[in-house]
Design a protein around this ligand. Sequence first.
Ligand SMILES: [Zn+2]
Length: 556
Amino acid sequence: MILRFSFNYLSSSLIYEKIILKTLALFSLDSKLVKNSDELLLYVNSDDSDELESFANRLSLELPHSIFLHNTDVKVVDEMPQESFILPNVPKLSMAFCPKCLREVMDEADENYYNIFHKCEVCGYDVEGEKKSYKEEFVNLAKSISSGLVAEVNTFYGKYYLGKIDKKCSDVDFDIVSYDLATLSHYTNATNSEIAALGAIEKPFVKLKTNIKFKMDFEDVADELIRFKLPDDFVLHLLLCELHKLGINLIFITKEKLLSDVKFDLVEYEKEQEPIEAVVGDNHIAIVRGEKGLPHQNLSNSNDLIPHIGAFFSVIKEHSLFDKTVAGLNISKEYHNNMLIYSKKFGTIEYLSFGFEFSSVKDVFDSIISSNESGKKLVENFKNKFPEHFEAISAIAFNEKEFNVYKLWGIVAIVLGYSKETNLTKAAKVLEESASLFLGTKGPRIDYKLKRVDSKVYIDPLMTIRTAMSFKLAGVDKLTLSYGVVESFVEFISSQFDDIKDEMKSDAVVATGSLLQNRHLFSKLSKEVSINHNLYFNKELPIDGKNILYGGNELF
Ligand SMILES: [Zn+2]
């Protein structure tokens, strides 16, 4: 009988390939491994069905979940393929522990029990050290932290300050490391997809809303999303294991220098690496920032392309979509935003621009007044209902080089009085955070409309601001209204993609830009757009990694 295991695996890290080959070596099965862009196919052939079964069981034990793994399947097939994959000789990536090494380090009878330097050809970091049990060191470190001390700790990829979540971390930007997934789901509103991603071998950070009751003078933190992860090296893992025995399942971790009482430097890491952060929808995962564990060869391969055609093309390249008609959404927080269409036949065109311009809030109000009678009335009502606020914000002048969707949200936040900031990016952040704190499922419908100027199509920013003002006048609260602003934008985008598909027969959709870091926007976009389209994000490149070089308009 021939079994075919297939993995839809969007990574060039070779982790799965290596583990599969390693596991195959334990059995004497006739086998072939085939790699087909994003598809990894393993064929095993044997007359002994018990052996096939025990291989399948062993493989599922050895293979970790990965954020790059999308689908798996096993099938009985008739034929073995001719060719077989040969492992290329590329440098190993810095990676958290694999299931096998973890089992050994946690096994009291194993020679690598509590040996932080244990690793294999698949996992671990490029750091050597004495092979011994470091149990005592971790017991002592856990005791210090449990007693309230802050520790300066060398992990395998950088120096961090960490300790119990209390007042000591209230002055710094911190993330949280959790002992296990059960603790994570207890203290956060993580979705099932987010929990699965957090447990993957890449151990990414995921930004989550938490119900941890922070102590006194520190409560404003509770209104923000905080980054959570599971331990991603043996230093953090063994520390959390010892802390768990003392009843502590969460610690804060920060790069910012804190007054520390304990130094823990068993590990002499050579190169600092930023851990990755991911944003997770039910159908897609994208990397927001970081580099640890991501293959580097991809970056250098696509570098020659970037300055000319930007983030959009880095996705087309990563997914080999050059022969398709591709519709693209480009929503950077800093730069020009647009929707693009690429096809081999006619090249790349800007389908719609999110560019606009205002000099001040007064300019916004004047434009609404002069647009029509109902606009004039709306501004009058707004002025009468919030006279002081109206007066105060009218004086705000904008100092922006480039207006985009995020800046439009900034204007909305200022006009609605959600932010005292005059900087549009900072004001937009307030709206974004309010939206993420909304616990309902549906916000009010905010208008995103288009207008034609000469032969080009632009977004009409006034319609968005106007509907937001109307809902504010109607008494809709801040969280609900903010949610509506973000939600309606995704619905607008989704229907634009539908129109493009009707008109241009596009067969793929690509989305890029730092605004995708927004958890709510990303998961909604992933869900809505996937209904009618094949949606692609950057695979192993950060969502916005390319925009720095791209910078906007040079394409057109
Ligand atoms: Zn390993």
